[in-house]
Design a protein around this ligand. Structure first.
Ligand code: DX5
Ligand code: ZN
Length: 216
């Protein structure tokens, strides 16, 4: 199982975003992770559509959009038309996750569903045949640079088991506190898409760090 590295732009230097996008691409990042926060579902506000437009124009690799917003269905078409390859939303953020998944697919994107650290994996069981990605949050969503929550490891294994049992190719993504110490653990428990922000962007040698996260 090849490990995919999704570099989280939340930790990029926004005064030279284009340069940091190139830096991540040249260092070998597979995807760019784009965190949208609304100040309601999570306490902070990050960036939205106007910035994504410029990210899309300068990036060559796929854009992995992570919506941390209430009622995400309202914004699916906008993010899809701005060039997202995949859109992930939180099961806790809406009343009808099936409708959001359908909307994402109709817009031509891969659909991901995410759970916060205290939300059990079982809540996504009924959607397993319709999604392409499960995002297990390994910190409370809202901020970069937090410490990995160890109790999420078992949830990664549960998500991997659900994915295997479905017989479908479903990515198991982790997000939050991913670094050289936690990457081997999450890979061992079954994660194959590692989101990393501060560990990558706050480094002089991003390439070396990406190789380290992949573990080979
Ligand atoms: C947090 C975001 C993450 C964030 C991770 O809510 O979803 O994508 O950028 O940052 P690090 O890797 O610094 O924990
Ligand atoms: Zn994220």
């Amino acid at each position: 199982m090849d490990t995919i590295i999704s570099a989280s732009l939340l930790s990029a230097d926004f005064s030279r975003l284009g340069d940091d996008i190139k830096r991540a691409e040249n260092a070998g990042a597979d995807w760019l992770h784009y965190d949208v926060m609304d100040g309601l579902f999570v306490p902070s506000i990050s960036f939205g559509e106007p910035v994504l437009k410029y990210v899309r124009a300068s990036a060559k690799i796929p854009l992995d959009v992570h919506l941390m917003i209430n009622d995400p269905i309202r914004y699916i078409d906008n993010y899809a038309s701005l060039g997202a390859a995949g859109i992930t939303f939180h099961v806790e953020s809406c009343d009808d996750p099936a409708a959001v998944i359908e909307k994402i697919h109709n817009a031509g994107c891969k659909a991901g569903i995410s759970v916060k650290p205290n939300t059990p994996v079982s809540v996504i069981k009924s959607y397993i045949n319709d999604i392409e990605l499960i995002l297990i949050m390994t910190v409370e969503p809202g901020f970069g640079g937090q410490s990995f929550i160890e109790s999420t490891l078992d949830k990664i294994a549960q998500a991997r088991e659900l994915a295997e049992r479905s017989g479908r190719r479903i990515y198991i993504q982790v997000d939050g506190g991913i670094n050289d110490k936690t990457a081997p653990l999450v890979r061992k428990y079954g994660a194959d898409v590692l989101v990393s922000g501060s560990y990558l962007f706050c480094s002089e040698d991003m390439k070396e760090r990406i190789i380290g996260l992949r573990g080979r």
